[in-house]
Ligand binder design. Sequence first.
Ligand code: AMP
Ligand code: MN
Ligand code: MN
Ligand code: MN
Length: 278
Amino acid sequence: MLAHSYDFHTHSTASDGTLAPEVLIEKACAAGVKLLALTDHDTMKGYQALVKSGYSADLKLITGVELTCKLGKQVVHIVGLNIDADNERLTSHLQMLDQLRMDRAKAIALRLQKAGLPDLLEAAIDCAAGGQIGRPHFARALLDLKLVSDQQQAFKKYLGAGKKGDVKVEWPELASIIDIIKDAGGLSILAHPTKYNLTMNKIRYLVAHYSELGGDALEVGYPAVTPDHQKALSVLVEKHQLLASGGSDFHNPAYHWTSLGCFPGVPGHLPHVLDVVN
Ligand code: AMP
Ligand code: MN
Ligand code: MN
Ligand code: MN
């Protein structure tokens, strides 16, 4: 895992990360990161709070967000980079997602209650502490009540794919997300393509579709990507004339598998998102 001077995928307390945006920036600086994107799930409130506070740091912060969407039944994550945070279509989309995620949280709490657990809604909302609520906040609520031993177990038992708390909602369509990001002047990046539990053939289909819809880039450097995955993803980047990106998907300093600026490098022969946003 290499230390890089850029990191295009990170999470703060504005979604399911544990560091406040200003602390995250300080730690990124200390780790040698010079170009950073805060890419919280379905919100830019971390970035907006930083701007409002008049932050200053020894790095360049570019705008970012990790948008949840679906292609058919498959949920995928699209990182939008270098987007205009004031774009009206984008801001109204994010507002809609605040509501969608809160409605989903209520549905998750109900489903878990029906499965015999206590009502976790208030605890999950407290864990989210004003940030965009998601399943990890239910995982923390379960952990606080000692109903699970760690976050992994919370997903394995209650929140992961096919479990009671994996409530399906009508996430926006991939096509509209690509369009919204384009409209806001940004670049779209298909996040962690090998983390959707898809076979490589299905990933090829997903990437082909994504590219046809106007997607710009693939994340190729991220924790857990194997050299074999990287080779296959690099072929897809070239085949569809996409750009490649990389980031740590940092959430929590206690997770030893992610740290700011650290992720497997993007193969040098690929056209890089860095060349476009820098
Ligand atoms: P949500 O967007 O609310 O569906 O939550 C998705 C987030 O949950 C991801 O971004 C991860 O941070 C976390 N997550 C997903 N699956 C797992 C898992 N198996 N173990 C731990 N965390 C997970
Ligand atoms: Mn997350
Ligand atoms: Mn993701
Ligand atoms: Mn992420």
